[in-house]
Design a protein around this ligand. Structure first.
Ligand code: FE2
Length: 407
């Protein structure tokens, strides 16, 4: 995180004797990235954060079967058709993954167990609904359009509201941060950045939950373990530092608009190891009288591109079957662009005075190919790949797909 926060009580100096009202010492805990040489926070617990009494493996829950995108196809997955229910941790339905990132969908209606992802940071995007995010640092009220960035190792849980939540969950194998080019050498958001510190919502004060023998699901590279802690991890009286979870609402992203069409890096919101997250937000269309105001065909030679359509009316995909809640995957090896007739339709709309777009989408570009998980295969629209070729040729394409590779 680029800036310092403090919540609750902390002593005047680091690593000194800090006592509660009964005279007992609080237990200091450093949460530090990259071996003491990057962002960190110090937390003060009422009880030792080290006291565990039980460890159980959750082998089956950790297994995700992945298959290559072969034969190569652009793909459309309808999260609208995926199962509803469960929680934000064990109810995740993996869609796409590689060695750098795993992307899952959850339509959660139940509170999760306590959870710690020790493999990497998570970015959770809530498309609909509301949820309370509770953690050792305190709670964040999250709602539709929020990204919640959860640093690696943060013990937390999700409590969806009465209507549940639909969420896209990005599990990184490292840290998810604002793009380096948005920050000064000391970490302040620069004037050209499309958002800044004022747009980020940190946790409210300590939760101070009581309890003994409290289970926490821990994700490591080996899978999931349920560790039982002797004391409730939410026993923090105060913390300070630069490392903590935070929320950022997509509506607070200030779009950058050009006279001619701007490429996706202007929409970049976060970066992680070998991937980026971009936010496409409502904005004026490109304003030159001769501009083509939707994307040109493009071949991302080094990346797979996943797009999650979350709100509004997505002009470039009209006629493709893509709707709200859909996810498209445009892989390296395939040139993609607007659906047939989309450019003409937008130009006609401009002439009729429609000079803005209300589309909202979350894009993840990965720099290594994405593999497909079973829930994505189950929710796939098999006709999508042929929609650029038109209806007649599309039918021929479907027959080819049914025959499988080799034809
Ligand atoms: Fe694209």
């Amino acid at each position: 995180m680029p800036y310092y926060r403090v919540a609750g009580e902390v002593p005047a100096k680091r690593h000194v004797r800090f006592r509660g009202p009964d005279g007992s010492l609080y237990a200091e805990e450093l949460m530090g990235e990259e071996g003491f040489v990057s962002d960190s926070s110090l937390l003060y617990h009422q009880h030792p954060p080290t006291a565990i009494v039980k460890s159980e493996g959750l082998a089956s829950a950790a297994e995700v079967r992945l298959t290559a995108n072969h034969p190569l196809l652009p793909r459309h997955f309808r999260t609208q058709d995926l199962a509803v229910g469960g929680d934000m941790v064990l109810g995740r339905q993996a869609l796409l993954a590689n060695d750098d990132v795993r992307i899952s969908f959850a339509a959660a209606d139940a509170a999760s167990e306590l959870y710690r992802n020790s493999s990497g940071d998570e970015a959770v995007y809530l498309r609909s609904g509301a949820a309370e995010f509770e953690s050792v640092y305190g709670s964040i009220a999250a709602g539709a359009g929020d990204y919640v960035i959860v640093p690696r190792g943060t013990i937390h849980r999700w409590r969806p509201g009465a209507d549940g939540v639909h969420a896209l969950i990005v599990e990184a194998r490292g840290h998810i941060r604002p793009p380096r080019r948005y920050l000064s050498q000391y970490g302040q958001f620069l004037e050209h950045a499309p958002y800044c510190e004022r747009d980020l919502r940190g946790p409210a004060g300590p939760l101070l939950a009581d309890g003994e023998d409290v289970p926490v699901i821990v994700r490591t590279a080996a899978g999931l373990t349920r560790l039982t802690y002797a004391y409730h991890p939410f026993d923090v009286v105060g913390w300070d530092g630069y490392l903590y979870p935070y929320a950022f609402n997509i509506a607070d992203f200030e779009p950058i608009v050009k006279r001619m069409h701007a490429p996706p890096p202007v929409h970049q919101t976060f970066e992680g190891p070998n991937f980026v997250i971009c936010s496409f937000c409502p904005r004026p269309l490109d304003f030159d009288p001769e501009a083509v105001p939707i994307p040109y065909n493009h071949h991302n030679v080094d990346s797979d591109e996943m797009m999650y359509y979350v709100a509004g009316d997505y002009s470039a995909r009209k006629g493709s079957g893509v709707g709200l809640g859909s996810i498209t995957l445009h892989p390296s090896g395939f040139t993609h662009g607007p659906q047939p007739g989309a450019v003409e339709a937008v130009i006609r709309g401009l002439a009729e005075g429609k000079t803005t777009t209300d589309e909202t989408a979350v894009m993840i570009d990965t720099f290594r190919p994405l593999l497909l998980a079973e829930p994505a295969r189950a929710a796939e629209d098999p006709e999508y790949a042929w929609t650029w070729a038109g209806a007649a040729r599309g039918q021929r394409g479907s027959e080819q797909a049914d025959r499988g590779p080799g034809f």
